[in-house]
Design a protein around this ligand. Structure first.
Ligand code: GDP
Ligand code: MG
Length: 177
């Protein structure tokens, strides 16, 4: 089928949110390009990367937006959230405050985004489980209470990264595809 996107049937905008240094940019690098960088500098400039995948025999282009080092409270502008059909809410399992801040990120997201947005809670850096500060049960409980999908990932070891994005994108497809 031909449309304004060429062979693409759907474009899904997904935003990454969460505190600075939790691994958002590396999750995106891993998913979009299968890359990881240990000394990633703070992201400069609003940026997105795309990855096209087939869901239910349809070509779906995921357009995944990364914050421009705007992780301070309320610094992310509404333009960032506009049109988003999915959000990856990322914390670092070794840094308790990054998990505690999920409440206000969620609040901000729900204030800006469409009410049908698919939200995935991500506990990143699962390779550092020996210095874990967030028990998996705490995150599961929070996800259940807030009606979110939840997964632990490691951008470093490429654990569950593909799976987390695929789960979110498949759910998005199910809702709006
Ligand atoms: P952002 O500010 O949320 O975009 O975080 P970055 O993606 O820039 O990552 C911050 C730091 O955490 C960098 O030094 C990354 O190399 C590191 N990092 C990101 N993901 C992981 C991971 O899964 N495991 C480990 N051990 N380090 C990670
Ligand atoms: Mg970043």
């Amino acid at each position: 089928m031909s449309n304004k996107y060429g062979d693409i049937d759907y474009v899904f905008k997904v935003v990454l949110i969460g505190d600075s240094a939790v691994g958002k940019s590396q999750l995106l690098a891993r998913f979009a390009r299968n890359e990881f960088s240990a000394d990633s500098k703070a992201t400069i400039g609003v940026e997105f990367q795309t990855k096209t995948l087939v869901i239910d025999q349809k070509m779906c282009k995921a357009q995944i937006w990364d914050t421009a080092g705007q992780e301070r409270y309320r610094a992310v502008t509404s333009a960032y959230y506009r049109g988003a059909v999915g959000a990856m809410l990322v914390f670092d399992i070794t840094k308790r405050p990054t998990f505690d801040h999920m409440t206000r990120w969620l609040e901000e997201l729900r204030g800006h985004a469409d009410k049908n947005i698919v939200i995935m809670l991500i506990g990143n850096k699962s390779d550092l489980a020996h210095t874990r500060a967030v028990p998996v049960e705490d995150a599961q409980e929070f996800a259940e209470r807030e009606n979110l999908c939840f997964m632990e990932t490691s951008a470093l070891e490429a654990t569950n990264v593909e799976s987390a994005f695929l789960t979110a994108l498949t759910e998005i497809y199910r809702i709006i595809g």
